[in-house]
Design a protein around this ligand. Structure first.
Ligand code: GDP
Ligand code: ZN
Length: 391
């Protein structure tokens, strides 16, 4: 990653990593479509002389990359903008929530769309944006159901994290800036499937989300029976919450877990996700369910993720109906072991550097299972995921 002053003559912030992705940008500018770039010229600080040149088009833009990808932001006068979070995206319009919990329906500035490598989905649910309100007085109490004041998104902050799926080799962003994956399982009805929890843990590790394991319906079992499993997850450093939505058990710890974060809630149907969310906050589970149903009807099929603000004003529950499809975000077999916190430290001790830890001789992972250091069930999960059983 390095600054590239040839194409991007911008006032980069010096302490940021800057990278230019030559291909797309260059191609786009090579088209010489000055029409699309009009507003760049109109409102950006332009240096240099002479007629419009390719170079000057992106003066004032900032290119930034981090683990979550890369972003291009035109420098804008932020004092004229308000900061907010995109709750949902409907075609070219986004619903944006401000820090004071007012809502705007925002279009996206053309320059941003032009600079994006993926024009269709420049803005995603979860993005932190700066927007210009059409009517600055329109800051009264507006509910999400009513007509929202309008705004124009001028800038998208670099994303801390991205959940995406790959469609024909292109990254399809579903939701950004999520912190946590709350993995809900049930102790019974349906019976607990530890392998499924392992899969979600791999997804969380891959997506750099903090996983929380929540085992619901503990009213139906003897809690002592769950302890061996809870121990395995806890020893790896994962937070485990035992809960019962119907008995009102474990609800306060869950509320604390959600507070101040954006959390994606996943888990098999019937484990009690809606019930838990309703226990945490009346109506929350219902809202999640409505969103899912609406999406299943195919209303907004492409960018269906929505952030549901918690009543406390601190945190969101993210509903991502397509979660099963990106359960494992393109994890290839060789990568799987890297997402198993308990197995990963062992692999340097295998005889072969390309050991897959299944049938090789002198495998430190298999030895650890034999000696009882590594949970045999976790090892089986690893083998299944390695073999591509990722459904
Ligand atoms: P979801 O599909 O994951 O959202 O699950 P639901 O919240 O719809 O719950 C499925 C069923 O499990 C419902 O009949 C709930 O009443 C029941 N249920 C949810 N939580 C509990 C619990 O803690 N204990 C028991 N016994 N039943 C529960
Ligand atoms: Zn091995």
């Amino acid at each position: 990653m390095s600054k590239d002053k040839r194409k991007i003559r911008a006032d980069f912030r010096k302490n940021r990593n800057v990278r230019q992705r030559g291909g797309d940008l260059t191609r786009r500018f090579d088209r010489g479509n000055t029409d699309e770039l009009d507003d760049a010229v109109r409102s950006e600080r332009i240096s240099g002389k002479g007629e419009l040149t390719r170079r000057r088009i992106v003066v004032g833009a900032e290119i930034e990359s981090n683990a979550a990808g890369f972003s291009v932001s035109p420098a804008v006068d932020l004092s004229a903008c308000r900061r907010g979070r995109v709750l949902s995206v409907h075609g070219l319009l986004s619903v944006v929530e401000t820090e004071t919990r007012t809502y705007f329906r925002c279009a996206t500035r053309r320059l941003l769309r032009t600079l994006s490598t993926e024009q269709r989905h420049v803005v995603a649910a979860g993005d932190v944006v700066w927007f210009r309100a059409a009517d600055l007085k329109a800051i009264g109490a507006v509910t999400l159901g009513g007509e929202l004041p309008e705004g124009m998104i001028e800038r998208i902050e670099p994303r801390r994290s991205v959940l995406s799926r790959t469609v024909r080799n292109r990254q399809h962003v579903i939701v950004t800036n999520v912190d946590q994956l709350v993995i809900v399982a049930s102790a019974a009805e349906p019976r607990i499937k530890p392998g499924l929890i392992d899969r979600y843990l791999v997804s969380a590790e891959k997506g750099r989300l903090r996983p929380i394991v929540c085992i619901n319906k503990v009213d139906l079992v003897d809690r002592a029976d769950l302890m061996p499993l809870v121990g395995v997850f806890s020893r790896m450093g994962y937070t485990v919450v035992l809960a019962s939505a119907t008995a009102g058990f474990g609800i306060e710890p869950l509320r604390k877990v959600l507070h101040g974060h954006a959390s994606v809630v996943v888990g098999q149907s019937g484990v009690g996700k809606s019930s838990l969310l309703n226990a945490i906050e009346p109506g929350l589970g219902l809202r999640v369910r409505e969103v899912s149903e609406e999406t299943q009807k195919g209303k907004h099929t492409t960018t269906a993720a929505q952030l549901l603000p918690l009543a406390s004003g601190q945190g969101y529950v993210v509903d991502t109906p397509g979660i099963r499809q990106f359960q494992l975000w393109d994890v290839i077999p060789a990568e799987v072991v890297g997402y198993f916190r308990d197995i990963r430290p062992l692999i340097n001790h295998c005889q072969f550097t390309n050991c897959t830890h299944r049938h090789e001789a002198d495998c430190a992972v298999k030895d650890a299972v034999a000696d009882g250091w590594l949970d045999a069930r976790r090892y089986e999960s690893y083998c299944q995921l390695f073999e591509g059983d990722m459904e």
